[in-house]
Design a protein around this ligand. Structure first.
Ligand code: ADP
Length: 462
């Protein structure tokens, strides 16, 4: 099949979150399975400044080849994309995001045509590309080049929908009639993700449980109705993990490498983490690790509300994260109070994240909702048993045989589950059994890619 990915971020070119990991890794896995893939993304400042082997098409479009032969085409417009940030600054989103991404969507379709890519499927991601399925079904409905092209939109997090004032609808280049309650209108505003959902042939999200949850009032963020209407076309495919980066047997960022057969390195990593965090070095004290955006979604309220009682237990707690200022402040106060067994690192630090995954015994991920989640997949591979709230991708990947799950979103349930984990930690044989299940779990991209091929085939037939 001929597949074209359109996305606002792709690793290693530009990344603000998990979306870039997916759009960077999935095309490679698809190519390995024999599919032809191309990618189109904006030509941001960080891309222009990156050390990539740029080439140019006859039409003057910059591109880079990744994998064997995946061309990543860049939509250039310096006024829109040559900025320090992708979507906005710490003070808020850029005011011209509708203009920027409408331009990106239109230009992406032009480039696809110019370069003769002739896609069976255009795979769109999140609100930034929500206009593409709409263009295919409206303005381009009679375009012979796109006659057989179908679209699939992946929702990476329904919490971000691309909302704009209705007076700007003309910027989309669509006729005003498409601003209606079935398509782009959302409580009197423009909603690009809603339009993308309405016009795509297939819709999916990044875990089976989340695909059901987004159709409920509780986690549908107001789009549950539109999604339920399309429920026959809504799927969930778990994201994969890039084991070439996340594998304790090959990880150069940790003090000692280890595997299931040679777990001997893990205590070394624990010691190294304790030293790095200036905590007492003691192999027998369990370390609870957190690596997270400090955002409401990630359950930081629950964590901070329970933190005092957690730190009264015989354990050590390490939190690495950045995010909302209110959590920075709250955590700093708690860190001052519980400095004996709580280390707080308010920064984004890739190397330290690796050390925490390797050196911890338990990895806490009490997310309120979680479309897929990477942290728990990484911690499973590193034999640091994840302790999670039963939601979204966490519910699909963690269970009582490879970690710990709490089902009621309360401090009490969270603390009880921590208590159960600590009891098991004191029983090395049982702990090893869980660790074995965790480290053997396979969440590679190959499995996800096969799931996507299945969806592309469904879209082709639609
Ligand atoms: P998100 O919703 O933030 O994308 P995921 O669990 O899907 O959550 O992925 C988060 C990724 O970002 C993981 O790889 C995690 O290790 C990494 N990460 C989060 N915060 C930090 C940090 N402060 N320093 C280093 N890595 C981080």
């Amino acid at each position: 099949m001929n597949l074209v990915f359109c996305a606002s971020e792709v690793f290693p070119f530009a990344k603000t979150g998990g979306l870039a990991d997916v759009t960077g890794a999935l095309p490679l896995a698809l190519e390995k399975l024999g599919e032809e893939v191309a990618i189109v993304m904006p030509f941001y400042q960080c891309v222009q400044e990156g050390k990539f082997d740029f080439r140019r098409t006859e039409q003057g479009v910059n591109y880079v080849v990744i994998g064997k032969n995946i061309k990543v085409y860049f939509v250039a417009n310096d006024a829109y994309f040559k900025r320090n940030w992708l979507y906005g600054t710490a003070h808020g989103d850029f005011g011209d995001n509708l203009d920027r991404f409408a331009y990106f969507c239109q230009k992406a379709l032009e480039i696809i045509k110019e370069t003769g890519l002739s896609p069976d499927i255009i795979h769109c991601h999140d609100w930034q590309t929500g206009l593409i399925p709409a263009y295919l079904k409206t303005k381009l409905a009679t375009d012979r080049f796109y006659k057989h092209t179908k679209s699939l939109i992946t929702i990476h997090n329904l919490g971000y929908q691309g909302l704009f004032e209705k007076g700007q609808f003309w910027m989309t280049g669509l006729e005003a009639k498409y601003f209606n309650q079935e398509e782009f209108e959302f409580y009197d505003r423009i909603n690009l993700l809603k339009g993308g959902i309405a016009f795509s042939d297939i819709i999916n999200t990044v875990s089976p449980t989340y695909s059901r949850q987004i159709q409920s009032k509780e986690l549908g963020f107001g789009l549950e109705g539109v999604l339920r209407k399309r429920q026959q076309d809504v799927y969930g495919i778990l994201n994969g993990l890039d084991y070439s980066i996340w594998d304790p047997a090959k990880d150069n960022l940790i003090a000692a490498r280890y595997s299931l057969d040679r777990l001997i390195g893990k205590p070394e990593d624990k010691k190294d983490l304790q030293k790095t965090c200036k905590l007492p070095v003691n192999e027998n004290i369990p370390i609870l690790g957190v690596v997270s955006r400090l955002a409401e979604q990630k359950g930081i309220d629950l964590l901070t509300a329970s933190l005092g009682r957690i730190c009264k237990k015989n354990l050590q707690l390490v939190i690495l994260g950045t995010g909302d200022l209110k959590y920075h402040k709250l955590l700093q106060q708690l860190a001052a109070k519980f400095h004996k067994n709580f280390a707080l690192l308010l920064k984004f630090d890739e190397a330290l994240a690796h050390k925490i995954y390797a050196g911890s015994d338990i990895f806490l991920m009490p997310s309120q909702y979680e479309p897929c989640g990477l942290g728990q997949l990484i911690s499973l591979k590193y034999g640091s048993l994840p302790l999670v709230f039963k939601t979204g991708g966490l519910a699909d990947t963690v269970n009582n045989s490879n970690g710990f799950v709490f089902e009621k979103y309360s401090s009490q349930a969270f603390l009880e589950t921590i208590g159960q984990a600590l009891k098991l930690f004191a029983q090395p044989d049982k702990w090893r059994g869980l660790q074995k299940n965790a480290m053997l779990a396979d969440f590679s991209w190959e499995t996800s890619a096969k799931g996507y091929i299945h969806l592309y085939e469904k879209a082709k037939k639609s």
